[in-house]
Design a protein. Structure first.
Length: 503
């Protein structure tokens, strides 16, 4: 860590001594991210970055890139519930794909029916077949969705990019080129909304964190969002050509606890682990304060957020007592022998490994010896899905809907051969949580729905099947010439459409 900071500081100083900062083209905003974008087709988006790209090229009937995360109309001009099992939608008359052809009801039906088809290989196939029986065009610019059951999440679910039969999108940008190293985007001349102010966007894929930071400092990049280690952000805060902006996020960083593990299935052990962590100290030391303590999946400010839940602030005496009660007594008082040994798996990202080691050291304060093991992400994630771990940590994708409590905590979502991508990777089981989360996705009265999720949040917080750590702020480093970029809570890149470059 010290060596990395010294290296970055030295290189930043060297760049500062150059005659002048380099400048990217005036007609292009250059964005740097840490992973490749494999597809712009929303039906085949695998990673979060694929999803970000698809939102720039293929807009949906609604969009949840709002401050409140309440869906707004996008391609649709009207979304109307005709019955508990039927929704009618009207498409805006000025919507066109990037080839100039109009967006029609048949295009919407095609997009969804291609995922509902029995032979579909889309990752969305299972989720949409659980929701919809069919989607039909009822007129040139009207479409009807037929549901299996009443669906409270409908207006959020249709925040899904529409694809024409020729693969075109109706978003603000069109892909000119996509390679293993970058994506080039041009403004869609037929976009119905406010046209982006800069004609081109180049998104470069740079895996190395230090290299991304140096590109920003050196002037060969215009913008980095959530792709710089937060403990290094302050290294460049005094650079005259760099602006640092931040805003609250709905993404959650959390610790996974394998509830099938012989030791961790005891709720007292999980509670003790939660009480041993000093999350506030980690936020201050490792994030520069740029994170918010989490109490569950939902971030404060979400319409369904419940603040009155059990909170696990650091309390070492209580944690030790819980371990005693669970039969994990200290074998030698103040001696070196641990109460128990655990393995903590994490990705090989250097910052995430550092955080895991800090938390392992905090768990040592209650007598738990924790070995941190890091893996390339594919190997790490495969182990998590198989349940081959005791402790691990990850970050969620955007949490816009409280229905994610069903995805993450309903017992039917525990991964198995028939559901290898199930979201309940900690193997949590609670009959009341099952009942409430299943009912919540079908309750159309939002007041009743909020009450259901309030109870779910209290139950999950008390039993700590996972430990919510923090909501890391969305942090943007930008060239001072870039103006008008807006940060959304879900960290999408739609803010590029409102940005411009000072001449």
């Amino acid at each position: 860590m010290r060596l990395l900071c010294v290296l970055v500081a030295a290189l930043v100083g060297a760049i500062a001594c150059s005659p002048r900062d380099r400048r990217t083209p005036d007609d292009t905003i250059v964005v740097v991210i840490e992973a490749a974008m494999a597809s712009s087709d929303p039906r085949y988006a695998i990673s979060n970055y694929d999803g970000k790209l698809s939102k720039l090229v293929h807009v949906g009937l609604t969009a949840v890139d709002t401050e409140s995360l309440v869906p707004r109309l996008d391609l649709a001009t009207k979304v109307e519930r005709a019955s508990d099992l039927t929704w009618n939608i009207e498409i805006r008359p000025d919507a066109k794909f990037s080839d100039g052809s109009p967006v029609m009801g048949e295009d919407v039906a095609y997009t969804y029916e291609s995922m509902l088809a029995e032979d579909s290989d889309s990752l969305w196939h299972r989720g949409f077949t659980e929701r919809f029986t069919r989607v039909e065009a009822t007129g040139p610019r009207t479409v009807r969705f037929h549901l299996r059951e009443p669906l409270a999440t409908f207006e959020t679910d249709i925040d899904f990019g529409i694809v024409s039969r020729t693969g075109k999108g109706a978003g603000p940008y069109v892909v000119r080129e996509r390679t293993s190293s970058h994506v080039l985007l041009d403004v869609n001349p037929h976009y119905f909304g406010a046209k982006p102010k800069v004609p081109h966007v180049e998104i470069k894929f740079v895996r190395d964190a230090s290299a991304r930071l140096l590109m920003m400092v050196g002037g060969s990049a215009d913008l980095i969002q959530n792709a710089v280690r937060l403990d290094l952000v302050d290294e460049v805060k005094d650079r005259p050509r760099i602006r640092i902006s931040s805003a609250p996020s709905v993404l959650l960083t959390y610790m996974m606890l394998n509830n099938d593990d012989p030791m961790l299935r005891d709720v007292r052990v999980r509670q003790a682990i939660a009480l041993a962590l000093d999350r506030s100290a980690i936020i201050a030391a490792k994030f520069g304060g740029r994170a918010t303590l989490a109490t569950g999946l939902l971030a404060p400010g979400h319409w369904a957020y419940e603040p009155d839940v059990t909170r696990w602030n650091r309390d070492l005496p209580r944690a030790k007592q819980l371990l005693d009660d669970a039969g994990l007594r200290d074998p030698d008082g103040d001696g070196p022998a641990p109460r128990a040994r655990l393995v903590y798996k994490t990705s090989s990202d250097a910052f995430r490994v550092t955080l895991a080691r800090v938390m392992a050291a905090q768990l040592a304060d209650i007598g738990l010896e924790v070995e941190v093991r890091s893996f390339e992400f594919a190997t790490f994630f495969a182990d998590v899905k198989k349940g081959s771990y005791q402790i691990a940590s990850m970050q969620t994708s955007e949490i816009a809907e409280p229905d994610y409590y069903f995805t993450y905590y309903h017992s039917s979502r525990i991964p198995d051969p028939s559901l290898p991508d199930g979201g309940n990777r900690w193997r949590y089981r609670n009959a009341r949580v099952d009942e409430l989360t299943a009912a919540g996705r079908h309750e159309l009265d939002q007041v009743k729905r909020k009450a259901m999720y309030a109870e779910v949040q209290r139950l999950v917080a008390a039993e700590v099947p996972t430990i919510p750590l923090w909501h890391e702020d969305n942090v943007v480093l930008s060239n001072v010439d870039v103006q008008g970029y807006t940060i959304t809570p879900n960290a999408r890149l739609i803010g590029l459409t409102s940005a411009w470059k000072r001449p």
